[in-house]
Write a protein that binds this ligand. Sequence first.
Ligand SMILES: Cc1cc2nc3c(=O)[nH]c(=O)nc-3n(C[C@H](O)[C@H](O)[C@H](O)COP(=O)(O)O)c2cc1C
Length: 690
Amino acid sequence: MVMSHHSTRRGSGNLPPSTGYLSSTEERSGAPGEAIAPQDRAAAPLDALDTVGAGELSEPLRATLDLYERAIAASSCGIVIASMQHRDRPLIYCNRAFEAMTGYGRDEVLGRNCRFLQGPETDPQEIERIRRAVKAEQPCEVVLLNYRKDGTPFWNNLAISPVHDAQGTLTHYIGIQTDITQQRRADKQNEQQLRGEQFLSGVVERIRQSLDLDAVLETAVAEVRSLLTTDRVLVYRFNDDWSGTVVAESIAAGWTPSLNARIEDTCLQTTRGSNYVRGKAQVIDDIDAIGLDPCHHQLLSQFEVRANLVVPILQGDSLWGLLICHQCRSTRRWSYGEVCWIQRLADQLAIAVQQAELYEQAQAEIAHRRAIEAQLQASKTQIEAQARCLQEALQDLQWHQSRLVQSEKLSGLGKLVAGIAHEINNPVSFIYGNLRYVRSYANDLLNLLDGPPNAPGGEDLDNGSNDSDDLDDVDLDFIRQDLPKILTSMESGAERIRNIVTSLRTFARLDEAAVKEIDLHASLDSTLMVLQARWNEAGIGSAIELVRDYGALPPLVCCPGQLNQVFVSLIDNAFEALQTALGDATWASRHDRGRITIQTALDATGTEPLAIIRITDNGLGISPALRPKIFDPFFTTKAVGQGTGLGLSMSYQIVTEQHGGRLTYEPAIPSGAVFTVAVPLKGCADHQGS
Ligand SMILES: Cc1cc2nc3c(=O)[nH]c(=O)nc-3n(C[C@H](O)[C@H](O)[C@H](O)COP(=O)(O)O)c2cc1C
């Protein structure tokens, strides 16, 4: 390729065509620092540089120089030579690579200082380095942003070196330019890639550390914008109806903010929506260049968007939101790498969203549980307060119950005492009534023994009269007959009283010790005697037949006082039931008299032998409706004020809890009630502690 068609050759003309250009000014020996007139800027072959006359060059040397010139001209790097002998250090040589690199032709370059390549973004510090190097006649290497003739920038790796003549005087500088724009771009991309990776790992780290979604999103948009040096980055969160809100935004100064803007992008669902749901990104380098839907274009224009990069943030199959990058100041060619890592970031944000939502759920759950705990605590406190109230009420009740039991006992005792009084009263009245006859008979007999009247020491036994007539009146035969009879009946009266007293003592002794071995039949008898006295006192004793049907029973270890209370209660209930029945016409028409049967038996069929005491009356019985309640405390069928309703419940407690036995009711056939007490023979011994 011949490139020296502009050059004017000087010298022998034997040289091969030159491939470089030299300013014609250099041919003259102008003083250093002297400006070069434009008309002087003509290209000359490199050999013209030689100040030595052409004729003085040997042929080998000329050939070598020619080689050098062609080699420099053929270099793929730009090579220029600046003259240091002119004030403005103009270029006197440039090769073709320089022309190609800068877009300037040789004619436009030679005779000018190289600063014409500089522009607004050229780093002044690098220029200063050149200046200092040149001043110190030193080499230097800089990287400059230069501008081609058409105005496009390129990165120029410039290395300049001083060139001295044989005397060591600086005459020229050679400069070698390499266009490193591609490399710089690749470096920048790598750097961006690296920053992107670092940013991503930083975000991932923060996502792992933070559960505050707002903070994560804010950091993400700020860092994406800084990394992409773009104008707006935002996170848009969808509502259920495809509308949505900008929940995080980072924006460069001067552009319209969109944070918290609620956007009704009605065409989104029908246009890009399905792509986003499938996880696809949308990359628009120039919104005016791709024929966007008018609705979409209008939306973007509203926010001054020129180029747009959108990646979906998915939660499983559903679209949670979008990560959006806007370039507003210009169109933008989004690189593949940028799109890739923005997508990766969106995936991480999706994890952050999920994590934050789970955390929120967990927090809500915890709050819910705490509320329940607080409620439980409140109800526990309330229950405790209620329990205390109940405890107090129970104590109150127990106190009243014990009062009632006492009054029940006292009333029972009162009735018993009345009965006993009545029972004792009969023989006592009888004895008392007969005493005056015995006294009279005794007087008569003593008078007879004393002989005639007025005998000293005589005592008037009959109203102080001791006439002899009275002695005649003494019916000795009658006295002989009647006195033994009277004494016999008095004796039987006394006997009766003695029996009553013995029974009373047996009855009373039942209370002596808590646990005792007793003869159950003797106990029952004493109880029956005492009760019978009461019935007699009530005047209906004769209307009620008492049948004892005792079986063979070994001694029973029990709490006799307690157990006796059960028998008193059950037998007395039977008596009262019969009292009621006696007043019932229908019952009376079917029964000639009331009957209370006391049966005892030994039940040795179970694991431990039981004493069975069955108390049956043939009264009216208990109606089926009332049966389930009969052992409830305070349950009574008696009129108000007539019974405490504690008899049966106390009996039940004594039999079951104190003696480990059973107290059951069943209707008697054909009428009446059967109460059965079954207690282990060693009932109270085993159960007194429980
Ligand atoms: C041999 C040589 C080559 C040069 N090449 C370039 C170049 O390619 N681009 C550039 O911007 N500056 C280049 N310069 C630097 C400028 O010519 C100039 O020295 C610099 O701008 C500082 O000087 P000033 O303060 O006069 O502008 C070169 C300088 C020399 C000596």
